[in-house]
Ligand binder design. Structure first.
Ligand code: B3K
Ligand code: ZN
Length: 873
C-alpha cells in the first residue's frame, strides 16, 4: 500500500471555500448533492488536474458551473474523481452521489445505527459521502439541507446553527437546513437523522450569549442523559475560566449512538458519541463510567477550540489537537475531582497503554513521519504521550507563561490549519526561550529511562544527585538523542521530614531540567543522608530507576509531601517484589512483611482521609504491568501466581482493617457519582478484593451478600468481579442472576461479557466462544466485540497468552472475521498482539504463527495489513 510521508506535504492545488450539501435520506439509497465552490490555490501549482478523493463512491451526475459534464471531460472511479483541465478561476462543481447507509458496516461515512442515520468523517470518511479534497487543510463554510421521511427521522441535525425547517407538502417528508459559519475541514462534518429523545438547557456564555445545549438519546433513555448534560455545562464554564475560551454557535448538541468505532467525535456543534459515554444511571453505570463520561464530554467540547477553531494542517499533526485536548480534559477532571488521584489514574493508563506501545513493534513518534493508514495512529502515543509533552512544557515554563502562550497560539492560528511548530512558536515567543531541543519529544519515539544515584558527603553537608538518561532503540530509530526532561524533586529526611536543602539549579517551582545524557546537581545544607523524592507528580513520561532501598521508599509512602510519589513509592516496592516472585528470585518473608506492614500502617492512619487514594495504594501493579517491567522471556502464568500470592499476603496482613473498611464504608445514603463518594466505594471494594484473595470463603460470602444487596452498579459489579475469582456454583448463579436482571441493557451486558472474558481459568476460551452465540452479542457492534473479545485479549493475560497458542489463534480468527465488516475494529483488536515479542519462546512462536496466518490472508484491509506487517517486522 501507498505510504504517506510528512516530508512530502505540499499545499492543496485547489481550495474549496463553500460547500452546499443536500441529503435525501433513505435507508438504502440516500441521494447526496454537493455543490462545491472551488478555486485554484495561489500557493499551489497551476495548470494541474483537479483530483478529488473518494471511497466506494457511487457517482450519479456531475456538472461544472451548471453544465453537465460529458464522459471524457472527467474521469471517475469509486476512489477518485479527476477533472484534467479545470478552469483557472473560481467555479462550481455539482456532484450527485448515492449511498447505502444500511450496508455501511465500516461505520465510516454515512451509516445507520439502531435505525438512525449518523456520520463519522474523521479521518477520511467524508470521501465516502461525496468526492472531495478530503484533507484537513482545506477549510470551507458548509450549508446542509437534510430531508427525510418524517416518521422515520423526526429529528434532523447538522453542523452550525439551524436556519430553516418545514414539511415538503403532501409527501410525508420534512427537511431542515443548517449553516455553519466557521470554516472547517471535511472531517468535522456531521449529520444526524432519526427518532431521538432530548434533554436540554440554556447556557449563557461569559459574554452573555445564549446557547441551547442538548443531549439526544434513544427515546425512553432521557433520564440517563442528565449527567452528560451536566458535564457539558461544567466543561463550558471551565474552558471559559481556565483558558478564556467561549463557545461560538447558538446550539451545541450531543447525540448518543449504539454503533460507533471509538469513544466520540468532535464534529462542529454536533458531537456524536458512543452511547457508552453518554448514558448513565446508578443502576446501570459504575463510578468509572461516570468519570469517563465526564472526561469524554469535556474532551470533545474542548476540541471546539483545540481542533476545530484551530485545526491540523495534515494528519501528521494529529497530536496538535489530540495531545493538547487530552491535556485539557485531564486538567478539567483534576479540577473537578481530586488532582493527585486523577494524576495517578492518568499515569497508570499511560504506563499500561503508551509505555507498552513505545516498547512494542508499533512504537512511533508522537508526530509520526509516515503512515499507511492514518486510522491506525489514533494511539496512546499521539493522545497520552502527546498530553504529557504539553504538561512538561507547562512544568518548564510555569503556569502564567503557559496561559499566555496558549492565548497567543489561539490568536494566531484561529481559523487556520496549524502545525506543531506553530504551537511551540507561540510559547517560544512569549517566553523568549529556544524550544527546539524540547521539540525532540515530538520526533523521537521510545520511553526514556532515567537513573538517579545519590551521594551524601556528611562532612561537607552536601548531597549530589547523578542523573542519567537513555532511550532504547525503536523501529526505524536505532540511535537516540537526549531529551529535555523536567524533574520536579525534593529531599526528605530518613524519618520523613521535608528538608530545607538548597540547589541553585532547581528553580523556585522545585524543577530541575535535565537536557543532557548525564548531569549532576548538588544540594547544600544537607546534614544527614536524605531520601530523594524525584519526578514528583510524574513530571516527565519516563521510566525511573532509583538506588533507594525498599525501606527508604516506604519512608516516602508515609511522609512525602507529594501524593503521587507516596503512591509511586509503594508501587515501586511492590513491583520489585512481583518481578522477583515471577522470575524465581527468592523473596524473604521480611521483604514481603515490610511492604504489607507499611501499607497496613498507612491505611490505618490515612485511608479515611482520602479513600480513593488509599484504594489506589492497595492496588498492586497489574499482571500486564509486571510483564512489561520484566520485558523479555515473559511467563504470564508465573506472573499470575506471583500477584495472587502477594494479594493473599496483603489481604491476610491487613485483614482486620480491611474487614472494618468493608463494614463501615457500606453505602447508606442514596447513590451520588461525586468523587468523594466514589472514593469510599473504591476503598471498600479494594478491601473486598484483598479479603477474597486472602480467604476464598470469606470473600465468597462477603461478595455474594454485597452482590445481592447492592444499591448501585459500582458495588454490584465489584462484588461480581470478586466472585469471578472464586470458581463454583455461587459464581455461576451470580452470573446467571446478573444476566437475567440486565438482559435488555446492552451496555450492562458488555460488563457481563468483560468479567467473564477476564476469568483466569483454562475454560475461559470456551466460555468466550459460547458467549459469542449469546443473543446480545453481535460481531457488527464494536462495543460488544471489544467487551467480549477485546477484553479477553487485553485483560486476560494468562488465557490470551495460553501456552498452547489457542488464545492467539482464536483472536486472530476474530480479527479476520471482523476485518470483512469493519477494518478499524479489526485492527484495534489486533494491537493486542503488540506484546508478543516479549513472551517466552513457546508462546512467541505460537503468536508469530497467528500473526502470519493473518498476514497471509488475501484482501486484508489496509488497516489490518498495516498493523500485522509492523507487528511482524
Ligand atoms: N477525534 C476523534 C477520533 C477520531 C478517530 C478516527 N479514527 C475523537 C477524539 O479524539 O476526540
Ligand atoms: Zn480528541
Amino acid at each position: 500500500a501507498q505510504i504517506v510521508r510528512l516530508e512530502d506535504y505540499r499545499p492543496s492545488d485547489f481550495l474549496i471555500d463553500k460547500v452546499e450539501l443536500d441529503f435525501r435520506l433513505h435507508p438504502t439509497a440516500t441521494k447526496v448533492t454537493a455543490t462545491l465552490s472551488v478555486r485554484p490555490n495561489p500557493s499551489g501549482r497551476s495548470d494541474v488536474p483537479l483530483v478529488l478523493d473518494g471511497d466506494e463512491v457511487n457517482l450519479k451526475a456531475i456538472a461544472l458551473d451548471d453544465r453537465t459534464l460529458e464522459a471524457g471531460e472527467f474521469e471517475a472511479n469509486p476512489e477518485s474523481l479527476t477533472i484534467s483541465q479545470p478552469p483557472q478561476h473560481s467555479f462550481r462543481l455539482t456532484i450527485e452521489t448515492e449511498i447505502n447507509p444500511t450496508a455501511n458496516t465500516k461505520l465510516m461515512g454515512l451509516y445507520r445505527s439502531s435505525g438512525n442515520y449518523c456520520t463519522q468523517c474523521e479521518a477520511e470518511g467524508f470521501r465516502r459521502i461525496t468526492y472531495f479534497l478530503d484533507r484537513p487543510d482545506v477549510l470551507a463554510v458548509y450549508t446542509t439541507r437534510i430531508e427525510a421521511e418524517y416518521e422515520e427521522a423526526p429529528v434532523l441535525l447538522g453542523n452550525g446553527n439551524p436556519v430553516e425547517s418545514g414539511f415538503v407538502e403532501g409527501t410525508g417528508r420534512h427537511y431542515a437546513v443548517w449553516h455553519d459559519p466557521f470554516p472547517k475541514p471535511s472531517y468535522l462534518f456531521a449529520l444526524v437523522g432519526g427518532r431521538l429523545g432530548r434533554v436540554s438547557k440554556t447556557f449563557t456564555t461569559m459574554s452573555g450569549r445564549e446557547v441551547d445545549i442538548a443531549v439526544y438519546v434513544e427515546p425512553g433513555k432521557e433520564d440517563r442523559a442528565g449527567y452528560a448534560l451536566d458535564a457539558l455545562e461544567r466543561s463550558m464554564i471551565w474552558d471559559e475560566q481556565v483558558f478564556g475560551r467561549e463557545y461560538d454557535l447558538d446550539v451545541f448538541s450531543i447525540v448518543a449512538v449504539s454503533d460507533f468505532n471509538m469513544g466520540a467525535m468532535e464534529n462542529k456543534g454536533l458531537n456524536i458519541f458512543n452511547d457508552k459515554y453518554v448514558l448513565a444511571s446508578p443502576e446501570t453505570a459504575t463510578d468509572s463510567d461516570y468519570a469517563n463520561i465526564e472526561a469524554i464530554i469535556a474532551h470533545e467540547y474542548f476540541h471546539n477550540w483545540s481542533g476545530n477553531r484551530v485545526t491540523c494542517r495534515d494528519w501528521f499533526q494529529l497530536c496538535l489537537k489530540e495531545g493538547l485536548t487530552v491535556f485539557r480534559d485531564q486538567e478539567f477532571s483534576s479540577d473537578e475531582r481530586s488532582r493527585p488521584v486523577h494524576r495517578i489514574a492518568e499515569v497508570k493508563a499511560l504506563r499500561s497503554r503508551q509505555f507498552l506501545e513505545d516498547s512494542s513493534p508499533l512504537a512511533h513518534p508522537v508526530r509520526p513521519i509516515q503512515y499507511r493508514e492514518i486510522n491506525n495512529f489514533y494511539t496512546a502515543t499521539v493522545y497520552e504521550k502527546g498530553a504529557e509533552i504539553v504538561r512538561m512544557l507547562k512544568t518548564i515554563i510555569g503556569d502564567e507563561d503557559f496561559r499566555r502562550g496558549m492565548d497567543l497560539y489561539y490568536d494566531r492560528c484561529d481559523g487556520r490549519a496549524a502545525t506543531v511548530e506553530d504551537f511551540l512558536k507561540a510559547f517560544a515567543d512569549v517566553t523568549g526561550r529556544d524550544l527546539s531541543h524540547f521539540a525532540r519529544w515530538y520526533a523521537q519515539s521510545g520511553t526514556p529511562r532515567v537513573s538517579v544515584h545519590g551521594h551524601h558527603d556528611e562532612a561537607a553537608k552536601m548531597y549530589r544527585l547523578d542523573l542519567r538518561q537513555q532511550t532504547p532503540p525503536t523501529p526505524g530509530q536505532p540511535t537516540k538523542e537526549p531529551l529535555v526532561v523536567p524533574i520536579a524533586l525534593g529531599l526528605v529526611t530518613q524519618d520523613g521530614q521535608p528538608m530545607d536543602a538548597h540547589c541553585e539549579r532547581v528553580n523556585s517551582r522545585g524543577v530541575f531540567v535535565l537536557d543532557k545524557t548525564e548531569d549532576s546537581i548538588t544540594f547544600t545544607g544537607v546534614a544527614s543522608r536524605p531520601v530523594p523524592s524525584v519526578f514528583r507528580g510524574f513530571s516527565a513520561p519516563v521510566k525511573v530507576s532509583l538506588d533507594l532501598s525498599n525501606d527508604e521508599l516506604l519512608v516516602l509512602l508515609r511522609h512525602d509531601t507529594d501524593a503521587f510519589n507516596r503512591w509511586q513509592a509503594a508501587q515501586t516496592v511492590a513491583m520489585r517484589l512481583l518481578v522477583s516472585l515471577s522470575t524465581g528470585t527468592p523473596v524473604s518473608d521480611e521483604e514481603m512483611a515490610s511492604l504489607s506492614s507499611a501499607l497496613c500502617a498507612f491505611i490505618e492512619t490515612d485511608a479515611l482521609r482520602d479513600p480513593a487514594f488509599a484504594a489506589l495504594a492497595l492496588t498492586l501493579p497489574s499482571e500486564a504491568d509486571v510483564a512489561q517491567e520484566i520485558g523479555k522471556e515473559v511467563d504470564p502464568d508465573a506472573i499470575h501466581r506471583a500477584r495472587k500470592a502477594m494479594r493473599r499476603h496483603l489481604g491476610n496482613a491487613c485483614r482486620e482493617q480491611l474487614l472494618d473498611f468493608h463494614r463501615s464504608l457500606a453505602q447508606t445514603e442514596s447513590y451520588s457519582p461525586d468523587a468523594a463518594s466514589a472514593g469510599r466505594r473504591a476503598l471498600r471494594n479494594a478491601a473486598l478484593d484483598l479479603l477474597a484473595a486472602a480467604d476464598l470463603r470469606t470473600g465468597e460470602q462477603l461478595a455474594s451478600t454485597q452482590f445481592e444487596t447492592a444499591s448501585n452498579m459500582t458495588d454490584r459489579l465489584a462484588s461480581l468481579s470478586v466472585l469471578m475469582t472464586i470458581p463454583g456454583m455461587v459464581r455461576e448463579n451470580a452470573i446467571a442472576a446478573f444476566e437475567e436482571r440486565y438482559r435488555s441493557e446492552p451496555l450492562v451486558i458488555d460488563k457481563w461479557f468483560t468479567l467473564q472474558a477476564a476469568i483466569p481459568e483454562d475454560t475461559t476460551l470456551e466460555r468466550v466462544k459460547r458467549l459469542m452465540e449469546h443473543p446480545a452479542f453481535s460481531i457488527n457492534n464494536p462495543n460488544r466485540v471489544r467487551s467480549l473479545i477485546g477484553n479477553f485479549a487485553m485483560l486476560n493475560q494468562v488465557q490470551f497468552n495460553r501456552a498452547d497458542g489457542a488464545g492467539y489463534a482464536f483472536v486472530a480468527s476474530i480479527v479476520l472475521r471482523a476485518d470483512e465488516l469493519n477494518p478499524q475494529l479489526a485492527s484495534r483488536l489486533l494491537t493486542a498482539f503488540s506484546t508478543w515479542r516479549m513472551m517466552e519462546p513457546t508462546r512467541r512462536s505460537h503468536a508469530r504463527r497467528a500473526l502470519q496466518s493473518i498476514a497471509q490472508k488475501p484482501n486484508l484491509s489496509r488497516d489490518v495489513g498495516d498493523i500485522v506487517n509492523r507487528s511482524l517486522e
